[in-house]
Design a protein around this ligand. Structure first.
Ligand code: C2E
Ligand code: MG
Ligand code: MG
Ligand code: MG
Length: 281
């Protein structure tokens, strides 16, 4: 009987595995298709400068095409990484977002930063720097306004190679942001050994749970340390006024979250930038 149970279990796992595998292949094919047909979309989420009470920049966030089944970036980006489609997808994102930035800069004549998420595989792919430089030239944007967001998982594999890549990007004028800091992989040593300009405090740092007192002290201590190290700090995932107040108290300069703006299509950013002059948060 137990043998039979075992067999049933194995076939259950096998089915699960096969299901998971075919799901991945299916998503892979869809990514390929959507890329070829240029169906993907990019949403932009404003990042606010609290001192100036203005939009300082936007983060580009990929969105699955409008269709019956939709996947979140957390679902399909890892799959695009697995099959290296992330390189092509990443190039499309760079071109599209830089072109958009160029339009905004011409139309609104304001300095606006653009943050682009770069996945570890994309970071270590051969042509990234050349592609970025070509796009900067083609769309005639200021290289300093481009922020490349890297997550710490990028540092796990080959530290020396990653240092070299980031240093080269930095020497070419791109700014580097460490994304999702405080999430679990965080290591203080990354802050010292990599050419990082901006640290984004992960939204998990914002959640207030039972350990409120301790969590608060961690955020206080972290932001103090980051300021001592001269990083620009962005607080991500701000959803409540209480979180905003805490950021004010800690003098965190850059703020991003649903409380201020959700990620939105470029057209909606146009509207925000139009009234940016009297915008306040
Ligand atoms: P991320 O780079 O840390 O982006 C921030 C995520 O938090 C976004 O989710 C954004 O929609 C969400 N967010 C913003 N404000 C709030 C808030 O107040 N509360 C909550 N709960 N969430 C908030 P999204 O767009 O689903 O992206 C998830 C992750 O997928 C990103 O995390 C990034 O790691 C990756 N990703 C998204 N777009 C791209 C892309 O174009 N290229 C690459 N390589 N990765 C991307
Ligand atoms: Mg990001
Ligand atoms: Mg983040
Ligand atoms: Mg993230």
């Amino acid at each position: 009987r137990s043998k039979q149970n075992g067999k049933a279990k194995i076939s259950f796992y096998k089915e699960q595995y096969q299901y998971e595998f075919s799901r991945r292949v299916d998503i892979q094919n869809k990514i390929k298709e959507n890329l070829e047909q240029e169906n993907f979309r990019i949403f932009y989420q404003p990042v606010y400068c609290s001192k100036r009470q203005k939009i300082s920049g936007v983060e580009a966030l990929i969105r699955w095409p409008d269709s019956d089944i939709s996947y979140t970036p957390d679902e399909f980006i890892p799959i695009a990484e697995e099959c290296r489609l992330i390189v092509t997808l990443g190039e499309w994102i760079i071109s599209t977002a830089l072109q958009q930035l160029s339009l905004w800069q011409t139309r609104f004549k304001i300095p606006l930063n653009l943050s682009i998420n770069i996945s570890p595989i994309q970071l270590q792919s051969e042509g990234l720097l050349a592609y970025l430089l070509a796009a900067v030239k083609q769309y005639d944007v200021n290289v300093n306004s481009i922020i490349l967001e890297i997550t710490e998982t990028a540092f796990i594999k080959d530290n020396e190679e990653v240092t070299d890549i980031l240093t080269t990007l930095s020497n070419n004028g791109f700014r580097i942001a460490l994304d999702d800091f405080g999430m679990g992989y965080s290591s203080i040593s990354h802050l010292i050994s990599y050419p990082i300009d901006i640290v984004k405090l992960d939204k998990s740092m914002q959640s207030s749970d039972g350990e409120k007192g301790k969590r608060l002290k961690v955020i206080e201590g972290l932001s103090l340390m980051l300021k001592k190290l001269d990083f620009d700090i962005v607080a991500e995932g701000i959803e409540t006024q209480a979180q905003h107040n805490l950021c004010k108290q800690l003098e965190i300069d850059y703020l991003q979250g649903f409380l201020f703006s959700r990620p939105m299509p470029a057209n909606d950013i146009d509207l925000l930038l139009t009234k940016n002059a009297d915008d306040s948060i």
